[in-house]
Design a protein around this ligand. Structure first.
Ligand code: HEM
Length: 540
């Protein structure tokens, strides 16, 4: 609410009330509830009146974004900041809800500039830098002109001081490398494989309707509980997962902290998770202090042992916060990719076949470009045969999954779980002849490159072969971001996804029960019915 109140005089209580009411309707509208009621229509009328009022010249409340003049002689980028207060947030969100999030960026790139345009989203004036060059500029200017920035909802629910300062980012990156070290990643493959197998055997029942999205979420959450905190009690995992679903829903809700709003429920759920984790952290710390703890290689151990520059250990509450951050960063993202691998493999049987049996690819002579051979990659069935069904998957097995890895990349290109990230401008900068003032936000979006024919010919086509050879142009394929803030969990996520896919394709083929199921982006892509499929076991 603060970002609305910034625009309001303290004495305008009635107006604050109206805006609060408007926001509640909007909040519900974003989740689909209020579209059924009159609230949203009322909110819309209020908005139109507001816009009319502002355009008639009532500037006393400072609704309109001021023209930024005199910026070292610079011009602001082309584009529009849209409606008062909400800017272009509704257009941004509605293209996502309609399953075409790329439209927002692509239409503006066509209309204004393929390099940069201005807009206003979630109450912030924003420059969107486009294309591989825009990505490169933002990734390489972290801490010089921009710092990482997250919407206020994240800050309030996860109680983080914006992890935008160099210090905060270093903290995140301080305890993670230990947990994500290649030697440790190797060991997690066994646990990833066992949990995937366990879930598939018990819950992916052949012949009946099975919903891929909730099951993928259940798997990645159970895995995170196991690898982050060694929690394996199904009841406790279910309780945490329940609260976590409310946290996820609140991260992009309108930030109004009223009883009953999605945002308010998310704050409460985040607190419930923290209080559930505190005794676990305390118990582990005590065991470690008494040297009674078995050598567990989970994240919690690394968090308890890590210190800041002054040698200070984290408090139990700080540790609970860090775990919550990592659950948010890792859970929905990874389960989305698993879901969409299932989605695309059902749509493209020839890709499914190559994942299962191996992939042929052309070798061309470097000099003459002439075709010289047809070697086959060893994929899932071969890997299963070579290790035997009872033996667990190893890190080396995952290294052999070359074609499946390309399939995962193609899923990350077309259905990216993280559509981009926001930055806060800490020092004016000029890009493509336009000046972006200090205090603005900057945004990079996967959609300015992932679906752009300049970087990916025939961009709508699902074609894992694009990732063979030297692969895409630098800074054009950015599902994990880039530069100093690039996702540190990328390799971990790939291991989770590939170990799960191995267990699924070596047991089943499948078909979609709703062939044209709609996909909305919120902001991760979600098949609206949860991707119901029917599994068909392989004949022995
Ligand atoms: C397919 C799965 C995933 C995708 C697509 C993804 C994507 C991203 C993206 C786009 C960013 C922001 C980069 C930026 O600000 O420029 C990010 C940050 C981050 N991710 Fe991931 N991520 C995934 C999985 C994971 C996993 C499994 C973990 C942890 C084990 C993780 C931990 C983090 C952390 C801690 C950050 C913040 C880094 C910082 O602020 O310095 N992510 N991720």
């Amino acid at each position: 609410m603060e970002w609305f109140c910034r625009y309001l005089d303290a004495g305008e209580g009635w107006l604050i009330g109206l805006v609060e009411w408007f926001c509640r309707c909007l909040d519900a509208a974003f989740t689909g509830n209020a579209l059924e009621g009159a609230g949203f229509i009322g909110a819309w009328v209020l908005l139109v009146v507001c816009r009319q009022w502002v355009s008639l010249g009532s500037g006393s409340l400072g609704f309109g974004f001021p023209k930024v003049a005199g910026l070292a002689g610079g011009y602001l980028p082309p584009g529009t900041t849209g409606w008062p207060i909400i800017g272009e947030t509704l257009e941004f969100s509605s293209t996502g809800k309609m399953g075409t999030p790329e439209k927002f960026v692509n239409e503006r790139m066509k209309k204004y500039s393929s390099e940069i345009f201005k807009t206003s989203l979630i109450g912030e004036r924003m420059a969107v830098l486009c294309g591989a060059a825009g990505n490169k500029f933002l990734f390489s200017n972290e801490n010089k002109h921009v710092v990482s920035w997250w919407p206020q909802t994240h800050e309030k629910i996860m109680l983080f001081k914006q992890a935008s300062t160099i210090g905060e980012s270093k903290k995140v990156r301080g305890y993670l490398p230990e947990f994500l070290r290649p030697e440790n990643l190797r060991k997690y493959v066994e646990i990833m494989d066992c949990l995937a197998r366990q879930q598939i055997v018990t819950e992916w029942t052949p012949g009946r309707e099975v919903k891929a999205l909730p099951l993928a979420r259940k798997h990645t959450f159970a895995l995170a509980c196991q690898l982050f905190m060694s929690i394996d009690d199904p009841e406790q995992i279910a309780r945490l997962a329940n609260s976590f679903a409310r946290v996820s829903a609140g991260l992009l809700a309108v930030p109004i902290d009223f009883p009953g709003t999605i945002f308010n429920r998310a704050i409460k759920a985040a607190n419930m998770i923290r209080y559930e984790l505190l005794p676990i952290i305390k118990k582990r710390r005590d065991l470690m202090a008494e040297n009674k703890e078995m050598e567990t290689r989970d994240l919690l151990r690394h968090l308890i042992l890590s210190t800041d520059q002054d040698g200070r250990f984290m408090t139990e509450m700080e540790i609970a916060d860090k775990i919550l951050h990592l659950l948010v960063a890792s859970h929905d993202t990874t389960s989305t990719v698993i879901t969409f691998v299932v989605f695309y493999l059902a749509d493209y049987p020839h890709v499914y076949k190559e994942v299962l049996k191996g992939h042929s690819f052309e070798f061309r002579s470097f000099r003459s470009s002439s075709y010289i051979g047809f070697p086959w990659t060893t994929e899932q069935m071969e890997i299963l045969k070579s290790k035997g069904p009872e033996k667990v998957l190893s890190f080396e097995d995952i290294q052999k999954m070359r074609y499946s890895r390309n399939v995962v990349n193609e899923v990350l290109r077309l259905s990216p779980p993280a559509p981009g990230a926001f930055k806060h401008v800490i020092r004016d900068f000029t890009y493509e002849g336009f000046t972006i003032p200090t205090g603005w936000k900057a945004h990079w979006s996967v959609f300015s490159t992932h679906q752009n024919p300049k970087y990916f010919p025939n961009p709508k086509k699902f074609d894992p072969a694009r990732f063979e050879g030297s692969g895409p142009m630098p800074f054009s394929f950015v599902p994990f971001g880039g530069g100093p803030r690039m996702c540190p969990g990328a390799e971990f996520a790939r291991l989770v996804i590939l170990s799960f896919i191995h267990n699924l394709v070596t047991r089943f083929k499948w078909e979609k029960l709703i062939p044209d199921e709609k996909v909305k982006f919120d902001p991760s892509p979600i098949p609206v019915n949860g991707l119901p499929i029917r599994l068909v076991p392989h004949k022995c």
